[in-house]
Design a protein around this ligand. Sequence first.
Ligand SMILES: C[S@@+](CC[C@H](N)C(=O)[O-])C[C@H]1O[C@@H](n2cnc3c(N)ncnc32)[C@H](O)[C@@H]1O
Length: 269
Amino acid sequence: MTVFEHYAQVYDLIYAVKDYKAEAFFISHRLRFYREDAQSLLEVGCGSGRHSRYFEEQNWQVLGIDQSADMLKAALKNTNGNLSFIHADMRTLNLRQNPIGSNVFNESATSLHPQAKFDAIAAPFHVFSYQVSNVAILEFLKSATLHMRPNGLLYIDFWLAEAVLAQKPEKRVLEVENKDLKVRRHATPIHEPAHNRVRVCYDFEIFDKNSQSVRRFSEEHPMRYFSVPEIELILKLNGFALLEVAEFMSQKTPSENTWNVYAVARLQS
Ligand SMILES: C[S@@+](CC[C@H](N)C(=O)[O-])C[C@H]1O[C@@H](n2cnc3c(N)ncnc32)[C@H](O)[C@@H]1O
């Protein structure tokens, strides 16, 4: 099963209390700290578009891309069809060669971004950790360089190795509900330290309150974790200079207590 296929149907319920507005404000603020006039934003792994609408509120011209068509369907609903989304994998994206295709969810997408080059690229909420293999990481960053204006800014966030190794991934159960559904998500991690990877096996149980039926499905999400020197090196070897790295939102110094770390980097001309 594809990652974020069935998950997409309950994704927003799972993250109902996540403060997307504050997060989008934070990311926007960190990017504009380095480039006040930055306007065009390629949002990679935009998922259900809940950051996208707040980026737009902060005067970014947003183009969202995601490899999951199911997540993009939710994004279209969440943004009332006002924003532009493309169904694509960042690793193979080439907006210069294929500016319009059947995978465009909103035709206005490409008229907004005729040059297919952006002031900034942001991949919020662990999208970079979904690039598990070395090849995927290199393709992702190569694509970022192709879609950036000179001195463009890159925002990524990722699982921090120091924290993963100290805290150790654990089994977790999450329960959420709304008036129609009750969702139980079991997360069982399989830690593979030789690969800097955790395979998170999600088992979902969805109880439909109206039909009184239960649906079950499973998805495996392999996640890569990174150390700060590794991120700095990966970025440098792919043409980016690291500008800052810190805990997401709090900006604390990365440590074994900071699982979720972000980095901002600048494309070197
Ligand atoms: C944890 S979700 C985050 C979604 C959204 N950014 C949010 O904050 O809710 C990760 C998303 O990244 C997408 N993704 C992962 N790798 C990708 C890639 N190489 N290209 C495009 N989308 C990708 C997944 O399909 C998924 O929607």
